[in-house]
Design a protein around this ligand. Structure first.
Ligand code: 13P
Length: 253
């Protein structure tokens, strides 16, 4: 399969960084990196920092992402921020369906699909996060689990909508554990997922970026990113240090 896909190196800061730390971190990422033909850099920052960081990333090669958003434009949803509100902050990407949100904040497949649709409606590229638990992997149902998670979104928006979206495969057992999937394990899942997507639409399957996430770091990124079907990384812990994050970027594209 031809591989003309750009690599996407995405930092997921999760619920980390004070205001000044966020500004410092983003400033370092911007100052210490250069644009590349074959790769893009994205930082998904806490909502409260979007305005500050958006001012820094504007007119640079760094894309800006949010980690969550509600599908309704507005209404009585105390504490929530809508996807349409994010639009005012020049947000390019939105994470949807991260396993931490699925596990701790009741983001089931139906809600994830609505968030994905809301992102597209607002001109924001969704990154659909999917992944299996250790138990599911040991039961040998990894692919079924991932397919169910993706199919819920395909049923809501159609396969064509994935022409402006990315997928992040994040095995739950590898997140924040230091226990990364081997490059072969990750490649196999990415390959199988792409092959399954091709049954819906070969062009979409060929073009979509499938990122790997789960303890990716400066030491293991090179091998992971050299796999044919791994089109980037969604990086938690290692994205909180500009140097580590940019070392990962140096292996991309
Ligand atoms: P870690 O890189 O800290 O394992 O987190 C991965 C992740 O959940 C990114 O979304």
């Amino acid at each position: 399969m031809s591989n003309l896909r750009k690599k996407l190196i995405a930092g997921n800061w999760k619920m980390n960084t004070s205001r000044s730390e966020a500004i410092q971190l983003a400033s370092n990422v911007i100052a210490d990196s250069l644009p590349k033909e074959g790769a893009e850099l994205l930082i998904c920052v806490p909502l409260v920092h979007l305005a500050d960081i958006g001012k820094l990333t504007a007119n640079t090669h760094i894309k800006l992402g949010a980690q969550d958003g509600h599908w309704e434009s507005n209404g009585a949803f105390t504490g929530e921020v809508s996807v349409s509100m994010l639009k005012d902050y020049q947000v390019d990407y939105l994470l949807v369906g991260h396993s931490e949100r699925r596990e701790m904040f009741a983001d089931d497949d139906a809600r994830v699909a609505k968030k994905f649709a809301a992102a597209l409606k607002n001109g924001i590229t969704p990154i659909l996060c999917i992944g299996e638990s250790l138990e599911q992997r040991e039961q040998g149902v990894t692919l079924e689990v991932l397919q169910t998670q993706v199919k819920a979104v395909i049923d809501e928006v159609g396969i064509e909508a994935f022409s402006d979206a990315a997928i992040a495969y994040e095995p739950i057992w590898a997140i924040g554990t230091g226990r990364t999937a081997t490059p072969e394990q990750a490649q196999e899942v990415h390959f199988e997922l792409r092959r399954w997507l091709a049954e819906y639409n070969p062009e979409i399957a060929d073009g979509i970026q499938i990122l790997y996430g789960g303890s990716m770091n400066a030491a293991n990124a090179d091998e992971l990113l050299s796999q044919n079907d791994i089109d980037g990384g969604l990086i938690g812990g290692a994205s909180l240090k500009a140097e580590d994050f940019l070392t990962i970027y140096s292996f991309a594209g």
